[in-house]
Write a protein of this length. Structure first.
Lengths: 391, 510
């Protein structure tokens, strides 16, 4: 806290000054969330087509593919790694699953095989080089990015593969009924509020400084998100892929915050050598994490193929960059050890709100790219800035 | 005694929630060494940061006078320009560059095209080294090839090349061998004769009597007592100023009954990964028993750290040899395996490989033993974990505002206690500690010794590496001495004298 003097000056100010200060602190702690809300407000006022159940449902569906990958990318970036092969794996998985079905394999078996072959197997391959030979993940996954794309093109002979199976199309395109969706969303909101309250009580009991304001913020955000979700799903209900994304994000978040595995991930990211000397099996952790991200990417590829009712070998092009952007915008530090899934989910939504909103406003694609790039730089700058303030 | 060069008056520095410096007053004169003593967390580093402009002018209150002139530094550059140089514990040199390049890093002599004039650079550096009587290394040597002691000399030369006349040493000898310390002191004496004003932060009492002229003590951010000539104060008086109480017995020693042989190491060897054919540890064999503290002494680089890292499953190079735990042969391929067998290692370099900085003391405490607070699914029982951590905070008297506080914010002694808690929670059979009290204040040291005694009483086998002879002699039942990768002597508590250990450690006796 290098700026003691100005803080003291403010402390003597009016209650209004104090309120402004609390608001500024809120902005600093929840920058990405505020950015998402502001973006949504801007687009809502600008174009009335934005804040409609139909568009919001689409927006949620658009977020899922990159969102699922970004959950895995969060883990990888927390341990100071990177995986550039995810976009190509999306394309490869889409081709493999559709080809398998074309060959008459049962769809569930085809999905399982795809997850194993293009997910787990590639993850093992990446991790083998990264963990065993200590080759920088950037290099290994860069190579894999080209290899996987090449395999996808080879298998499909450069063309696209159609899907005829009705059931398969449901995975990416189906909906739960509005009634069921409403009940589920209400239950989740109730559970989240309860969990937040319980955590506050527990932490207070152990003398950990949690302010009631934080709880109120969390509760308000939860209720708000729930309300928007209910409004959006009044269109046709909860889309299957969104449900899959929500489950994966929940499991990811829970794992990071409340399990042994999650603790070890943070420890590795904070100080890998200290973590090793604390008895963490670094190699095994890396294998697990690099397999998780490739498997999630394969799943994303399957969902994408289902939604499009077919696959082309170029699917998922540049998805690795969107996923990394979502993670970074969501506040995960590129220097490792810091980051949350919640942040990443918000980051993913920021990206798709931007894409969706700018398309509605008919901003030319070229400008969209420039704006997206600027926002990523802004996010990293914010991260660096808030770290400096703390230090 | 020279004129007053530096004067700090009524310095107050606040951090959120704590007053780090509270009305600090002292003055330092030219041609003298003023020792600045105090426990860790007493505010010495903060004071130096105020002096060097790391905490710029309006963030503190009080006045700094340099040769009678009021100075306000808005950044570190201004302090440097005024002639203040600080030689930090962590050296700020670039390993891949030469000595000369490091010394003239931001002011290299260049020609009109911006190319470095090497001959001029080297000549100027050589002149500087000659002035300091440094002959151990040349201007063209790469810094990474120098020992820590020599790197420190480079730092001093760098400071002097900037015409600094206020030099502050921050625990300069903590990583030096006795020989290097002697060389450093020689330079300090020379600088004194040249009229440089120096300040010296240290925990080591013996050194102060050798080198310091006057001493001032900081405690809880306040200067305790006036600036006193070293000749006029006894060691006991100094310690009581520092800790606010008398420390009668620096090395409490429990009386134990030696039990079973727990750990036996036979013909242990570790290759040097950087120099093929050479070995970091040669043919080491020893035993450790239940109910005793085994000390390992030796100079820095004698292979002590490598030996214990090797036993712990983290050797710096390929390792061979036999290890028996409770009579059964074991082989640890990783620290993970060693921990599963009940072996813990408190590492030497706390900041770099001990702590997980940026994370809470809770997370640091349970990272090696998450099994004790998780269920079958690996889900952490947070209430249980916090109970456990709270218990250790109480038992080890860890001073912290809470469990979720980042470990970075604690003082060295409290950080070390968190690490001890981490290892205690694996319920160790053998606990190895590598320089566990380095950079820790006197009060915390005694607490750690008491804890080790308690552990031995509870049946833990304790092995401790220490460079400080009084420490290793004070708390060990048996002492191994290492020299150049070999265990050259095994001394009982009664046999060990300072002279004998040094004779073995320096290789002058075999």
């Amino acid at each position: 806290m290098a700026n003691t003097a100005p803080t003291q000056a403010q402390a003597t100010g009016s209650p209004q000054g104090e309120g402004a200060r609390a608001f500024l602190k809120f902005l600093k702690d929840n920058g990405t969330l505020v950015a998402l809300i502001v973006l949504m407000l801007i687009f809502s006022f600008w174009d009335e087509a934005f804040f409609t159940p139909r568009n919001l449902t689409n927006l949620a569906r658009q977020t899922t593919i990159v969102g699922i990958i970004a959950v895995g990318m969060t883990l990888v970036i927390i341990i100071n790694g990177i995986d550039l092969s995810v976009g190509s794996i999306v394309g490869l998985a889409a081709i493999v699953v559709t080809l398998l079905m074309q060959a008459g394999v049962n769809i569930w078996l085809a999905i399982l095989l795809t997850l194993l072959l293009t997910g787990v197997l590639i993850g093992l391959w990446n991790a083998f080089w990264i963990a065993h030979y200590n080759i920088p993940p950037f290099i290994i996954t860069l190579g894999m990015m080209t290899i996987a794309r090449g395999i996808a093109l080879t298998l499909s002979e450069g063309g696209s593969v159609p899907v005829t199976n009705q059931t398969f199309g449901e995975i990416g395109g189906g909906f739960f009924s509005v009634a069921l969706s409403t009940i589920v969303v209400l239950l989740i909101v109730a559970y989240l509020l309860f969990a937040q309250y319980r955590e506050l009580k527990q932490k207070q009991q152990y003398g950990i400084g949690v302010k009631p304001q934080d709880l109120i913020t969390a509760a308000v955000v939860t209720v708000l998100a729930g309300a928007i979700t209910l409004y959006a799903f009044s269109y046709r209900g909860l889309p299957y892929p969104v449900a899959i994304f929500a489950v994966i994000a929940f499991i990811g978040s829970f794992t990071l915050q409340h399990t042994k595995f999650g603790r070890r991930i943070y420890a590795m990211g904070g100080n890998e050598e200290a973590a090793r000397l604390s008895g963490i099996n670094i190699n095994r952790m890396k294998v697990a994490i690099y397999c998780i991200i490739t498997t999630l990417s394969a799943l994303a590829g399957i969902i994408l193929a289902s939604r499009l009712n077919g696959a082309s070998p170029n699917l998922g092009n540049m998805f690795e960059l969107d996923a990394i952007s979502a993670v970074i915008i969501g506040g995960t530090s590129f220097s490792g050890g810091v980051g949350t899934i919640i942040g990443t989910v918000i980051g993913a939504f920021i990206i798709s709100v931007l894409n969706n909103g700018m398309s509605l406003l008919e901003v030319p694609t070229f400008y969209q790219l420039i704006i997206k790039g600027c926002i990523i730089i802004l996010a990293v700058w914010f991260d660096v800035l808030s770290k400096k303030k703390r230090g | 005694m020279g004129e007053v060069v530096l004067e700090m008056k009524n310095i107050v520095k606040d951090f959120p929630g704590v007053r780090a410096l509270d009305d600090v007053n002292f003055e330092a004169r030219s041609g003298e060494l003023l020792a600045l003593m105090g426990e860790n967390g007493a505010g010495k580093s903060t004071l130096m940061k105020v002096l060097s402009g790391v905490w710029p002018y309006p963030t503190y209150q009080g006045d700094i006078y340099l040769r009678g002139e009021l100075k306000r530094f808005y950044n570190t550059k201004e302090a440097e320009a005024a002639g203040i140089a600080i030689i930090y514990q962590e050296l700020n040199l670039i390993p891949e560059l030469t000595v000369a390049e490091n010394i003239f890093l931001d002011r290299q002599m260049t020609n009109a095209f911006g190319a470095i004039q090497w001959s001029k650079l080297f000549a100027e550096t050589q002149r500087l080294l000659d002035e300091l009587n440094i002959t151990d290394f040349k201007p063209a040597d790469k810094v990474k090839d120098l020992t820590v002691g020599k790197q420190q000399m480079v730092e001093i030369a760098k400071a002097l090349s900037k015409k600094a006349d206020v030099l502050v040493f921050d625990e300069p000898t903590s990583a030096l061998t006795d020989k290097e310390v002697a060389a450093l002191f020689e330079i300090i004496r020379k600088l004194k004769r040249q009229g440089v004003c120096m300040s010296y932060i240290s925990h080591k009492m013996e050194e102060l009597q050798q080198i310091a002229d006057r001493v001032v003590v900081l405690r809880d951010g306040k200067t305790i007592g006036p600036v006193t000539p070293v000749a006029d104060i006894t060691l006991d008086q100094l310690i009581s100023r520092m800790v606010g109480r008398d420390v009668k017995d620096m090395f409490p020693k429990g009386q134990f009954q030696r039990g079973e042989k727990v750990l036996e190491v036979k013909n242990f060897e570790i290759d040097n990964p950087d120099l093929p054919g050479q070995k970091k540890v040669k043919n080491a064999s020893f035993c450790a028993y239940q109910g005793e503290i085994l000390g390992i002494s030796g100079l820095m680089g004698s292979g002590r750290t490598e030996l214990v890292s090797g036993i712990f499953g983290a050797p710096p190079g390929p390792a061979r040899g036999e290890i028996y735990l409770d009579g059964r042969p074991v082989k640890f391929r990783s620290p993970h395996a060693a921990i599963e067998h009940g072996i813990g290692l408190v590492t030497e370099d706390r900041k770099r490989i001990g702590l997980i900085l940026g994370q809470s003391i809770l997370q640091n405490m349970t990272i090696s033993s998450l099994e004790t607070v998780t269920n079958v699914l690996g889900i952490i029982n947070e209430a249980k974990e916090m109970d456990l951590a709270k218990d250790y905070v109480k038992r080890l008297a860890i001073k912290t505002p809470g469990l979720d506080v980042k470990i970075d914010t604690l003082s060295g002694g409290n950080q070390q206690k968190v690490i001890l808690a981490k290892w205690l929670n694996i319920k160790p059979k053998v606990l190895i500690l590598d320089e566990p009290t380095r950079g820790i204040d006197v009060g915390a040291k005694v607490e750690i010794y008491n804890l080790l005694n308690k552990l031995v009483e509870d049946g833990v086998t304790v092995i401790i590496i220490s460079s400080e002879l009084p420490e290793v002699m004070g708390i060990s039942d048996r002492i191994l001495v290492m020299c150049e990768g070999e265990i050259v002597a095994e001394l009982t508590r009664d046999q060990a004298t300072k002279e004998l250990i040094m004779a073995y450690a320096t290789g002058s006796r075999k």
